[in-house]
Design a binder for this molecule. Structure first.
Ligand code: XMP
Length: 520
């Protein structure tokens, strides 16, 4: 399969580049900036993109590709595309001149194209792009031509047609660069001559045979959360090894309304998993959470208890199936690359660590991560391909510690039940208004505050429910959703009328940062 590599110089945008490329049907992987010649040789890419990054090429100790990288790329005539920092690296390496720019340029800019061919084939004379940089290539390297300029940046894009090396001062990977997709298309198909063979349906067959080859006649256990990643892993394993996959689904007592029944129904009755095991540990979790109101303490208790319960069930299963050799996990590509590169994205790898289980030591299980190369939207596409219902694939993210971090203060079954009712109303109304897939998360929070109200002739003194609905693309930042008042009014009226325990609803209008999405 044709592969295009992205060399990561510490840019948050490296993932966006790889996704753009994959969206166009070409497989793409991110590798660290100092990747070796041997690694590149092994992958044998048809093209390489040098990402942006926060550094300046002339500073000391900045990330630079290894000399053997440049030699190999030149020897094999591998097409290159440099973006922002990548542009400066190409300028510097091929002996042009890179200088600090007086003012940092940030935001939209209009470039005037000097060439409307190769990388800029079928583009307009003027294009809107996104700039974010402090440095500039001031003098072209030998053999290069200017491809585009702006008023303040004469070399906004350059290229060496013969060598198939191009670079842009701007970020073609972000949506603000209006025809960025077309530029990538030109690079991939015009310059790298890549074939668009990356499709999820092609990937499935290979993934299944790889699982079969790895697992052989052994058995696999998987912790099922009811979320999209672990569900997709379950379906993939079922296709690969049939009844030799054991699903363990733990009811930790802090799941949403109807969730336990729903997950059991899906996996037992609809998808017919023979070895689906629901462990009802609600009492144990709630007992341990009794009197605990510190958020981190709640998280710790839930995390440890989960591992304990999961381990006990796994060891129990091992008595009947001594050849359970593997533990499958729903790790996806960004989790893996973020923890490996250590640049940015720390919070998402932390989030994930809550889902990924520690190994039960006694069992010496080997890890199986079939989604390790996929992005979230690809996992969703795969889920659809494998026949998972939309209701499961499109579910909002739900934190590992569940409603415990939305039930502020003491956690009791009674308070959780009240919260579950209110939460279900929020979801129902958001779905009803056709907004469920438009927002990132929508939920209710039980506040430890009482307020006065009137119901008929009676004065009430009840709890306050906060409603939190946010828009986000990756949970790192989020804005509160500016919903139609009528939708919010319906949510509020229904919660107050239908849920015994709340007589007031407030809407959270804070953004992240400085707030967080969850309350705890
Ligand atoms: P915050 O509250 O940090 O949340 O803005 C960002 C995203 O992470 C989810 N979240 C968690 N997920 N365990 C998890 O598995 C946790 O402890 C946890 N805390 C927050 C949250 O729902 C949001 O999507």
């Amino acid at each position: 399969m044709d592969t295009v590599l992205v060399l990561d110089f510490g840019s948050q945008l490296a993932h966006l580049i790889a996704r753009r490329i994959r969206d166009l049907g070409v497989y793409s992987e991110i590798v660290p900036f100092n990747t070796t010649k041997a690694n590149i040789q092994a992958i044998n890419p048809v093209g390489i993109v040098l990402s942006g990054g926060p550094s300046s090429v002339y500073d000391e100790g900045v990330p630079l590709p290894l000399p053997e990288f440049w030699d190999y790329v030149e020897e094999k005539k591998i097409p290159l595309l440099g973006l922002c920092y990548g542009h400066h690296l190409i300028g510097q390496h091929f002996k042009g001149k890179v200088v600090p720019h007086k003012e940092k340029e940030f935001g939209k800019a209009t470039i005037t194209l000097k060439q409307q061919k190769t990388i800029f084939q079928s583009l307009d004379k003027e294009e809107i792009v996104w700039m974010s940089h402090g440095d500039q290539v001031e003098e072209l390297p030998e053999g290069y031509e200017i491809f585009a300029s702006t008023e303040t940046c004469p070399i906004a894009a350059m290229g060496n047609i013969q060598k198939k090396v191009y670079s842009f001062q701007f970020h073609a990977e972000v949506n603000h660069t209006v025809n960025g997709r077309k530029m990538f298309e030109n690079f991939l198909f015009g310059i790298c001559e890549a074939k668009p063979t990356w499709k999820i349906e092609n990937w499935v067959e290979t993934a299944i045979s790889q699982i079969q080859e790895t697992v052989q006649d052994k058995q696999v256990i998987l912790g099922l959360s009811g979320g999209v990643d672990s569900s997709v892993v379950a379906m993939l394993l079922k296709q690969a090894i049939g009844e030799r996959v054991h699903l363990i689904f733990v009811n930790n007592g802090v799941l949403r309304k109807g969730e336990v029944a729903q997950v059991c129904d899906w996996f037992e009755n609809k998808f017919h998993f023979e070895n689906f095991h629901m462990v009802d540990a609600e009492d144990l979790f709630l007992e341990r959470l009794k009197g605990i109101s510190d958020p981190e303490e709640k998280r710790k208790i839930i995390g440890h208890t989960f591992i304990e319960v999961f381990e006990a069930k796994a060891l129990d299963l091992e008595k009947t199936y001594p050849n359970i050799d593997y533990l499958a996990q729903g790790t996806i590509y960004p989790d893996r690359v973020e923890s490996q590169a250590g640049s940015g994205g720390k919070s998402s790898s932390k989030i994930k660590s809550h889902h990924n289980l520690a190994l039960p030591d006694d069992m010496k299980l080997k890890i199986l991560e079939p989604l390790r190369d996929l992005y979230k939207d690809e996992v969703r596409e795969l889920g659809r391909e494998l026949g998972l219902p939309a209701g499961l694939i499109e579910r909002h993210p739900f934190p590992g510690p569940g409603l415990a971090v939305r039930c502020i203060g003491d956690i009791t079954k009674e308070r959780l039940d009240i919260l579950r009712e209110a939460d279900a109303i929020v979801i129902e109304e958001i779905k009803q208004a056709g907004l469920y897939n438009e927002v990132w998360q929508a939920f209710a929070v039980y506040l430890p505050v009482k307020s006065v109200g009137v119901m008929g002739d009676f004065r009430t003194f009840e709890n306050v429910c906060a409603v939190r609905i946010v828009e986000s693309i990756d949970a790192m930042t989020a804005n509160f959703a500016k919903l139609d008042w009528n939708v919010l009014e319906r949510i509020s009226t229904r919660i107050i009328n239908e849920v015994r325990g709340f007589n007031r609803v407030v809407y959270d209008i804070s953004n992240k940062p400085p707030s967080t999405i969850e309350f705890e």
